[in-house]
Design a protein around this ligand. Structure first.
Ligand SMILES: O=C(O)CCC(=O)C(=O)O
Ligand SMILES: [Fe+2]
Length: 336
């Protein structure tokens, strides 16, 4: 469903100039898709054509308030980014340490929001079946002057995850100057733009995405942006005096979750046995091979297949992506 219609040769240009998020000037606005919620075929058609869905004021207001208060409490208590109890999220001047997006202090915030019955209904309509969450969440408390998220396509970093929809959720007002999310509309039909000729995160070249395709909007709490796994997108710079308070996760089929949280029971050199609390998964043994994307100790560090059994320990909490009986990805657990 999310696969592109054609195979595109990968980009391999070691000499290309990288696309800089700060050079993006979104000229377009997202269309509001609320009236597509009751027509799933039309919703899918819009999503595949444009590479996004944008819903105004669809999330349960109580769930959004609860999540906002919880994230602002973390912002005050853990990071000193705002004064305790300041609903306006005015920035104190302290830094948000890089790599804080999955810290245990956020644990449970996204799960509670998603579990509200009204939100479950909305997600079921968006997915077209019973939803469950991919257990990977990034909590973002982004102060003025950085960081900004580089331009990327989510699917590129998630081999093996199929039929999921990435969700981006603002919890405080997020007009342009607070730096929301921008998506290159209709640029989800050309495969991956990531440049294999560069190391690191494989940054996208600066001449492959239509510069007039970028769109954003003034986001409000209660809004929901659904990104396409093939859509290039990036975080815009925050030039205000407030924090940008958002989180992002993914929704997938509850009946057949390809991505789940599980604890390692045992490993051999080419297999892993794990137990998940999700009863649709239970205890499973999956094969592990040289193309399994192994990043069990640090999500940013790919492990060698030969070292799999040494670095993967019983008791580790992992996020697993399965393709049939094979592990496509084994990632350090996140804190949904
Ligand atoms: O919030 C951001 O800056 C980036 C979010 C993102 O990449 C996503 O939702 O997939
Ligand atoms: Fe993303």
């Amino acid at each position: 469903m999310n696969a592109p219609p054609k195979i595109f040769p990968p980009i391999d240009r070691p000499d290309a100039t990288n696309l800089d998020t700060l050079s993006i000037d979104p000229k377009r606005k997202f269309e509001v898709c609320n009236d597509l919620l009751d027509d799933h075929d039309a919703l899918e058609a819009f999503y595949e054509k444009n590479g996004y869905l944008f819903f105004r004021n669809v999330l349960d207001p109580d769930s959004v308030k609860e999540a906002r208060e919880a994230m602002l409490a973390v912002a005050a208590d853990e990071f000193g980014l705002v004064e305790k109890g300041d609903e306006t999220a005015k920035w104190t001047g302290k830094a948000y340490p890089p790599g804080s997006e999955e810290k245990p202090c956020f644990s449970g915030i996204s799960k509670r929001l998603v579990s509200y019955p009204r939100n479950q209904e909305v997600l079921a309509k968006i997915l077209g079946e019973e939803p469950s969450m991919v257990p990977i969440v990034q909590y973002r408390l982004y102060p003025p002057n950085g960081p900004v998220t580089m331009v990327h396509q989510d699917g590129f970093y998630s081999p093996g995850i199929h039929d999921y929809k990435p969700l981006w959720i603002p919890l405080t007002p997020c007009p342009r100057e607070v730096g929301g999310l921008t998506i290159a509309v209709g640029q989800n039909h050309k495969g991956y733009f990531h440049n294999l000729g560069k190391g690191g995160n494989f940054p996208i070249p600066d001449d492959v995405i239509d510069p007039d395709s970028w769109a954003t909007v003034d986001f409000e709490p209660g809004d929901l942006l659904v990104v396409h796994p093939y859509s290039p997108h990036a975080g815009l710079p925050n030039t205000s005096d407030r924090l940008r308070v958002t989180f992002d996760t993914r929704v997938q089929s509850a009946r057949n979750p390809t991505t789940f949280a599980a604890t390692v029971n045992s490993v051999t050199s080419d297999s892993i046995t794990l137990t998940s609390e999700d009863e649709n998964v239970g205890t499973v043994t999956l094969s592990v091979d040289p193309s399994t994307y192994i990043r069990v100790r640090d999500p940013g560090q790919k492990e060698k297949f030969e070292e799999f059994a040494d670095v993967t320990k019983p008791g580790m909490d992992l996020c697993v992506v399965r393709e049939g009986d094979r592990a496509a990805m084994l990632r350090m657990g996140s804190r949904p």
